[in-house]
Design a protein around this ligand. Structure first.
Ligand code: IMP
Length: 417
């Protein structure tokens, strides 16, 4: 049987998956998103036109590919409809699982209210309603995309949910939707999205059975995984490769190659531990040079050095076959480049990701910097110091670095055999 290949983020999200997925998507018949919601975001520039993708899989720019939004995704109909407006001839090229859960405007209100109430304990979420939507799914009070096919019944069910929870919503300042307006909104979603709603599990099975090339597209990153990330400063889904199985309905043995995406340094948005964060001029250099501002929220990203300990953890968790190392050129021009190779916690140095990274101090290995890797397309043409850096990262992380990106341009990519 044909196996599906997988792309997954290995850090705290924003690894530059967009460029690689777009590059690889050209070679696949199906591109399937398995987790997250419109908290994710990347921009793809092709033929001089810019596309902002949040929920729509990256295969949308390959006119021959079928795109699937799997059951593991939480889907905001409003944002999805808006995103679709960027594309022509979309019908027949994109399908949404009837089992995906709906993310509705009240989820965002609840998310924002909870963050406000948490004060300095806030997670720093994107405020899009991701946690409340997944929360409703797990506590079995959520609504699935398939329910959009009967908007009248869905409206009644949502209103009854609000009736039961009214005291809690009142305390949080969350508005109870007006029945007529809600029905109108749900009818609109239903009319727009009905052509795309189907049993995507069967579609993926058929695709694999008939030898089609299938790419599974992850969102966010391993360190934001609900179980294996820096809990509670994580997102609410399974971001690691295992999430592709439940988020699409495929068995583990159908997963083939796993390409893990990592930046040549580290960034994080939102709160939570980030041991290799650099608060000085180097962090600022990376932010400015790497344009490290959130695609979804515009927030400045926290920047720091490559964390090889977290990367080793991510390689093992995801079963990474090879790493794509992004944005190497952003490190150009630095005298010294550092890599975190251990954490010091209460006077003890460890080389694995512990229960909590709170208070962990980085132990660094230092490398000589280099002047210019930007635009280089062959490994042997990289400055010697950059080559040494990459080869040492491979040893520290336990996986081959098979792809290296040296600029945002699709062509400025080194492929190592
Ligand atoms: P949520 O997913 O909106 O609940 O946010 C939870 C945490 O995950 C916050 O720290 C967010 O900044 C972070 N996060 C969510 N989506 C992304 C993403 O696509 N890139 C980077 N960080 C993200």
């Amino acid at each position: 049987m044909q196996k599906a290949d997988l792309i997954v983020g290995l850090q705290w999200g924003d690894e530059g998956k967009g460029k690689i997925v777009d590059h690889l998507a050209q070679k696949y018949d199906y591109v399937c998103r398995f987790a997250g919601g419109h908290n994710a975001g990347h921009t793809i520039v092709t033929e001089g036109k810019k596309y902002a993708l949040h929920l729509v899989p990256s295969g949308v720019l390959n006119k021959d590919a079928i795109n699937i939004v799997g059951n593991g995704v939480v889907l905001s109909p409003k944002d999805f409809i808006k995103e679709l407006e960027q594309f022509d001839d979309i019908e027949g090229r994109i399908y949404i699982s009837d089992k995906a859960h709906l993310l509705l405007p009240y989820h965002a209100q609840i998310d924002q209210a909870k963050e406000r109430l948490k004060g300095d304990k806030a997670i720093g979420t994107t405020g899009k309603g991701i946690g409340p939507a997944y929360g409703d799914k797990i506590t079995r009070v959520g609504h699935r995309v398939g329910e959009l096919l009967n908007p009248q019944k869905l409206c009644e069910d949502i209103l009854s949910y609000f009736k039961i929870n009214k005291p809690i919503f009142d305390a949080m300042g969350v508005e109870v939707p007006d029945g007529d307006e809600l029905l109108k909104e749900l009818e609109f979603y239903s009319q727009k999205l009905s052509p795309f709603i189907t049993d995507t599990t069967l579609m993926v099975w058929d695709a694999l059975d008939s030898g089609k090339r299938v790419l599974l597209e992850g969102a966010q990153g391993t360190m934001l995984d609900i179980d294996h990330g820096t809990y509670p400063y994580v997102t609410s889904s399974t971001t690691i490769s295992a999430g592709a199985c439940s988020g699409l309905g495929i068995a583990p043995h159908t997963i083939g190659k796993v390409v893990g995406i990592a930046k040549a340094y580290c960034t994080r948005v939102g709160n939570g531990p980030f041991p290799s964060e650099d608060f000085g001029k180097d962090g600022e250099y990376l932010r400015e040079k790497g344009h490290e501002f959130g695609t979804t929220t515009g927030r400045p990203r926290r920047c720091g050095w490559f964390d090889a300990v977290a990367m080793k953890h991510a390689v093992r968790l995801n079963g990474v076959s090879k790493i794509a190392l992004m944005k190497l050129d952003v490190l150009d021009g630095l005298d010294e480049v550092k890599v975190c190779v251990g954490y010091e916690i209460e006077g003890k140095v460890i080389d694995y990701v512990p229960y909590s990274l709170e208070g962990a101090k980085p132990v660094y290995k230092s490398f000589k910097g280099w002047q210019k890797s930007e635009g280089v397309r062959e490994f042997d043409k990289l400055p010697k110091e950059a080559q040494d850096y990459i080869m040492e990262l491979e040893k520290l992380c336990g996986a081959k670095i098979g792809i290296i990106s040296t600029s945002p341009d699709r062509e400025d990519t080194i492929i190592r055999s």
